[in-house]
Design a protein around this ligand. Sequence first.
Ligand code: HEC
Length: 127
Amino acid sequence: MSNRNTKSIRIIVLTAIAALTLPAIATAGDAAAGKVVFDTNCMTCHGMTGKGDGPLSAALDPKPRDLSTGSFKFDTDGDGTPGSDADLKAVITQGAMAFGGSALMAPWPALGDADVANLIAYIRTLK
Ligand code: HEC
């Protein structure tokens, strides 16, 4: 195979990879949609602006996490970085108790992947 052919194959492959990854980036969580899910399901504890001061929070121990600090506790995949997208997804869908935390942060198994991605995108805006 000539060098020129190898080069054009490489360009075709790179273009194909870009075409496959770009839509994935575009659908990676819609914060506005996440806010709707948050206000419905999470706000009562975590508060309107995520500070952990929702109407139910006064009665809770531990307090709901203040999501506006941007710092998180659970490193669910043990990669040394708590609060990665994978960690937040695991805590939201499986609950904090599954990772040694409080049962008050209950699992939300009924939320679909898109809802969870949107929630995470919204949580990132609270910082
Ligand atoms: C009944 C109250 C309550 C509700 C409702 C609730 N949470 Fe929580 N949440 C908590 C508490 C309490 C903690 C702290 C748990 C702990 O530290 O063990 C927490 C912790 C968290 C954390 C921190 C995880 C970490 O690693 O630090 C995130 C993220 C979170 N909640 C997201 C959500 C989302 C998203 C929803 C809605 C789908 C939600 N929570 C609904 C009470 C609640």
